[in-house]
Design a protein around this ligand. Sequence first.
Ligand code: N01
Length: 549
Amino acid sequence: MTNATEAEQTTTGAGPIERWEVIVIGAGLSGMYQLHRLRQLGFKAHVYEAGGGVGGTWYWNCYPGARFDSESWTYGFSFSKELLRQWNWAEHFSGQPENLRYCNLVADMFDLRRDITFGARVKSAEWDEAANEWEAVFEDGRRARARYLITAIGPLSAPTMPAIEGIGDFQGEAWHTGLWPHEPVSFAGKRVAVIGTGASGVQAITEIAKTVGHLSVFQRTPNWCAPLRNSRIDAEIMNRIRAKYDEIFARCRETYGCFIHDADPRNALEVSTEEREALFEKLYNEPGFAFWQGNFRDVLINKAANDMMTAFVVKKIRARVKDQKVADKLIPTNHGFGTRRVPLESGYYEVFNQPNVELIDLRETPIERITAKGIKTSDAERHFDMIVFATGFDAITGAFDRIDIRGRAGKRLKEKWADGPRTYLGLQVESFPNMLTLVGPHNAATFCNLPRCIEQNVEWVSDLLCYMRERGLTRVEATASAEAAWTAHVHETAARLLLMQVDSWMTGVNKNVAGRHKRTFMAYAGGAPKYRQKCEDVAARGYEGFVLV
Ligand code: N01
């Protein structure tokens, strides 16, 4: 570990301890903004980051095809006019290399690196009741202490390998999309397998298919995808966007998920067939999440309305895939459109028209094991030069579980959340004083155009710390009753969503992880504006629902 130059150091029998007022775990977008904000406010804060650079998601997920599915110009930070002035987006949905350059510009512009220690993976974090502070222990044995612990560890940062026998036996190249190497990976002339057809798989498959020798896609559950419709941004368009930034961010503040798209006020069931098809057609031809987030307001809560939207997309897929037997396999049958996170695609369905691409339906021929040379399904063993695991993440709580977090009286967060998370506002947890969870479970940020909600989370947490400092308070903890009420509210709000009837990372299901087989809602489904209002109300009432000492 390097860089902790300004830390106060104390030495105990177990070696030196770096001391700060605030420890932030993670140098992704939330950790970077949290550091900047706290430093502006005069706090001595320090970020510990497991990776070798800033950017979080955009640092780790450098697989081919990775890019935004929010419009780039709605995604960037809004807190700095200078940043908005300096940075030009080159595409409406910017790709990972450019996104990582953006993250690095943020780090440079606000001189963040001097307060970030890279290569520091937190192994455990324990609340010390007597000292009223947290102690973080890193994998290399070093330690740091601070009054406040802020987790900025991201909702999708704990990659999971599939629970398949023989996974370690494969002798060829093997990469997980969420742990992709930073060096170039070539597919030319190679026989490549991709396991997984979520948003990462859909992006990677489309890009790999452009240069691969032969591609085999192993699909367990097909997902409903919608066209991304990306395009370039030239200097003139960028100037127009820049002139409208205030308007753009104001609009995002008011929409459900802080995207530029918001639901049509009409119900699909109340309009004529012509009107309904016209809106479907219009939205399907628009970029980004227009079709998912801008559709009739009942399509994600009313099965009959959802069936209509779904039937429309079936026609689109059938028209794009030449072999209708392949189309049958690509069309989901166990859930309706939009009830799982929708991958946005740029020619995904057409990939399956290529003669060098095959689709293996694991519902018909399940994988039996991975072998030294490839993958054995129930009908055949296929040999590969490379296997790409696009098998997703232990979402939302997984990154917390990978740190041994212990609160009051040694209470373990992993045990507390064994049956699903319990939080207050998705930002604090009873028995874990002074721990604030940016983009944590039950937080609207988890369902959001992330930087928009990250700014809200960071600013709220920063205001709380200022409030406490001004009053000489040193400890904040949610009450058990506030936590119970918020958790119940989170579940009530989610209950009406059709997605609650479907297994996905959003409902906490990951068949590759022990204990993740039961559905539980992981985010806040009331929408970002309501969430923001609730957070503001809590603060205005002197942080109602918290005990402040
Ligand atoms: O992960 P996923 P992801 N055998 O969990 C399959 C965000 N994101 O990395 O559905 C065979 O969605 C699994 O099959 P099944 C976005 O929020 C954003 O793709 O469990 N298959 C599924 O097909 C997204 O939703 C962008 O039956 C196995 C796939 O692996 C989230 O990240 C881009 C298997 C996992 O899909 C996660 O997406 C990419 C097994 N044993 C991601 N185990 C942007 O555009 C798992 N699978 C910003």
